[in-house]
Ligand binder design. Structure first.
Ligand SMILES: [Zn+2]
Length: 371
C-alpha cells in the first residue's frame, strides 16, 4: 500500500503527523529515512560524523525522539493476553473493564504532563502489544514496548543459545512482536539477586548483542542492595556494549553512594524508579531518603545519567487484584507519584527546574536516539 503525500502537504505537516498518518495507513516507515547526520568534535578536536536515528519505535509506529517529552522510563501498563483471559476471564472486571481502567489512568497521567511511558514487560510477563496499541490510541499516551527477558523464562527459552536469544530480540526490534508488526523500542533484561544464573547470563549477552546490532538501548532490573548492577555491567562490558546505551533499574533501592557513583562514573544511567516503594511504613529506605540520594548524585555532576519512573503495575498478570489494591492504598498517586510528590520534594531540597527538565525530558530523548 502506498500513500500519496504531496511535497506541499508534507511540508505543511509536522513530522509527528506524517509518521502517525503513515502508520495508520499501514506504511512501514523505515527508521533510517529519518536518520540525521550531524558532525561532532571528538575530544582530540577531529571531526567525526556519528549517525543517529532520531526516531524511537512506539506501539503506534516510529516517533521522532523530540516528541517523547516527559518520559517515565520503567512502568508496566500490562496486558490482557488470550492465555490470561482463558484462566481469569472475570478478573479486574473482565477485559473491557481492564482496558477502560488503563485508558482512564493513562489519560490522567497525560493530563499532568507525562507524554511517554516505557512499558518494560517482555513476553514472560504477559506482554500484549495489541492491548498497548489500543490504550495508546485511546489515551494519547506514547507507549514504548520492549523485547528481552524478565525473571520468568519458560523451559522453551532456557533451552535456547545466546545466538538464538539474540536473534529473537532482534526479530522483535526489526520485524515486530508476536506477528503484529509492532516493534520493540527497548530491550529489558533482569537478574534476580547479586549473582547471575546461566540463563540470565545468556539473556544479558543476547541483549548486548541485539543492542549493538540495532542501536536500541537496554534497561535492566537489578537487585541494587546486593550491588547487582555490577554483575550485569561486567557482562555488558565483556560484550563491548557502550555504557551510554544501558540504564540500570531500581537503583534507588540502595543508598550506597559508592556503588551508585561507581556505576555512573563508568558511564551507566541509573533508573531511580522505586522511590514510591519507600512509602511503605517500616520501609528500610523511606522515599525522602531515596530523593535525597538523587540530589546527592545530581550535586556530584551526574544529572545527565538519571531516569525517574514508578515501576507501577496495573498489569493483569504481575499482581492479583488484592495485591494491586494494597499497592494502590500505599501509593494512591500511582504513576503520578513522581510528578505529584517526588519532583516537588526534589525542588524543595534544591534540585533546579533545569535539572528536573534534564532528568525527565533530555535524558530519555538522548537515550532513545538510536546510535
Ligand atoms: Zn519493573
Amino acid at each position: 500500500m502506498t500513500v500519496a503525500v504531496t511535497y506541499y502537504s508534507f511540508i505543511m505537516m509536522t513530522r509527528r503527523e506524517f509518521l502517525r498518518q503513515a502508520t495508520v495507513a499501514g506504511v512501514v516507515v523505515v527508521a533510517t529515512s529519518f536518520q540525521l547526520t550531524h558532525a561532532s568534535k571528538t575530544a582530540t578536536g577531529a571531526a567525526s560524523t556519528p549517525r543517529r536515528a532520531a526516531v524511537v519505535q512506539t506501539v503506534l509506529g516510529p516517533l521522532d525522539v523530540s516528541e517523547l517529552g516527559f518520559t517515565l522510563t520503567h512502568e508496566h501498563i500490562g496486558g490482557w493476553t488470550p492465555d490470561f483471559s482463558r484462566k481469569w476471564p472475570e478478573s479486574f472486571g473482565g477485559k473491557a473493564g481492564f482496558v477502560a481502567r488503563a485508558v482512564d489512568k493513562l489519560k490522567a497521567v497525560r493530563a499532568e504532563g507525562v507524554s511517554t511511558v516505557v512499558d518494560l514487560s517482555p513476553y514472560d510477563v504477559e506482554r500484549d502489544v495489541r492491548f498497548l496499541e489500543g490504550v495508546s490510541r485511546k489515551s494519547g499516551m506514547h507507549i514504548v514496548a520492549c523485547t528481552g527477558q524478565h525473571l520468568f523464562p519458560p523451559e522453551s527459552m532456557i533451552a535456547r543459545s545466546t545466538e538464538q536469544l539474540t536473534e529473537f530480540f532482534i526479530k522483535e526490534i526489526e520485524q515486530g512482536i508476536d506477528g503484529t508488526g509492532i516493534k520493540a523500542g527497548v530491550i529489558k533484561v533482569a537478574t534476580r539477586s547479586d549473582g547471575v544464573t546461566a540463563f540470565e547470563e545468556k539473556a544479558l549477552r543476547a541483549a548486548a548483542r541485539a543492542s549493538k546490532a540495532t542501536g536500541v538501548p537496554i534497561e535492566t532490573h537489578t537487585h541494587a542492595r546486593r550491588r547487582g548492577g555490577e554483575k550485569q555491567v561486567a557482562i555488558f562490558e565483556a560484550e563491548g556494549v557502550s555504557p551510554t546505551r544501558v540504564s540500570l533499574g531500581h537503583s534507588d533501592d540502595t543508598d550506597d553512594i559508592d556503588y551508585l557513583a561507581g556505576l555512573l562514573k563508568r558511564g551507566y544511567t541509573l533508573g531511580m524508579d522505586h522511590i514510591n516503594r519507600g512509602l511503605k511504613s517500616g520501609s528500610q529506605l523511606p522515599w525522602q531518603k531515596r530523593a535525597e540520594c538523587i540530589k546527592q548524585l545530581v550535586d556530584a555532576g551526574f544529572v545527565d545519567k538519571i531516569f525517574l519512573s514508578n515501576d507501577s503495575e496495573f498489569s493483569s498478570s504481575l499482581l492479583p487484584e488484592e495485591a494491586r489494591d494494597e499497592r494502590e492504598k500505599t501509593n494512591p498517586d500511582g504513576m503520578l507519584f513522581n510528578t505529584r510528590k517526588l519532583i516537588p520534594y526534589l525542588k524543595q531540597i534544591g534540585v533546579s527546574d533545569r535539572e528536573i527538565h534534564a532528568i525527565t525530558i533530555d535524558n530519555p530523548r538522548r537515550f532513545f536516539s538510536r546510535s
